[in-house]
Write a protein that binds this ligand. Structure first.
Ligand SMILES: [Zn+2]
Length: 177
């Protein structure tokens, strides 16, 4: 959170101030990349695959043109959903980008939407990223496949707690859904 605030208020933030200019789609995506996931702050909402689309909606008589951003929470009923929508909205608004955020529940989010950058950030933080085949699960610390399940549910429902039998460190596995 602190890092994001710092980014917005420093050079990158100044480059991304659209109070007197019209942003391009790639600039809007750059701003969205500044929004961290509340439960996995090492991963942005873009790299987690939560942001489905960002499109400029044409002006009509009643409204100024604005960006419509669609987000799909990792789990429906996830308490972070409203928080994410609000963070996305305010991050764009602070940079001078008029926008509306819409939560889309179908199709449901799936872990394959996570980007390679998002997976790398999880591993860097000691969380094993989601896998197509659980038998390939490896310890994020030492890459050993000699691991044991301790608990199907870790700190959150989307993670399971494992222990590495090689380095003996416990670690979270972000489940594939
Ligand atoms: Zn290990």
């Amino acid at each position: 959170m602190v890092e994001v605030q710092t980014l917005i208020s420093t050079d990158r933030g100044r480059q991304l101030d659209f109070h007197h200019a019209t942003p391009t789609a790639s600039q809007v995506w750059q701003l969205l990349e500044l929004v961290p996931d509340p439960e996995l702050p090492m991963v942005s909402v873009v790299d987690l695959g939560i942001v489905r689309s960002a499109e400029l909606q044409p002006a009509n008589i009643a409204q100024e043109p604005q960006w419509l951003v669609q987000v799909t929470p990792t789990y429906s009923g996830c308490p972070a959903t409203d928080f994410i929508a609000s963070e996305v909205h305010h991050t764009l608004k602070r940079a001078g980008v008029p926008n509306r955020v819409e939560t889309v529940l179908a199709p449901a989010w799936c872990s394959s939407w996570m980007t390679p950058k998002g997976r790398a950030a999880l591993k860097e933080a000691g969380i094993a990223p989601p896998l197509d085949n659980i038998t390939t699960l490896a310890c994020p610390q030492c890459d050993s496949r000699n691991v044991a399940l301790l608990n199907q549910f870790s700190s959150t429902a989307c993670k399971a707690l494992y222990r590495c039998n090689n380095c003996l460190e416990p670690f979270d596995y972000f489940k594939t859904i």
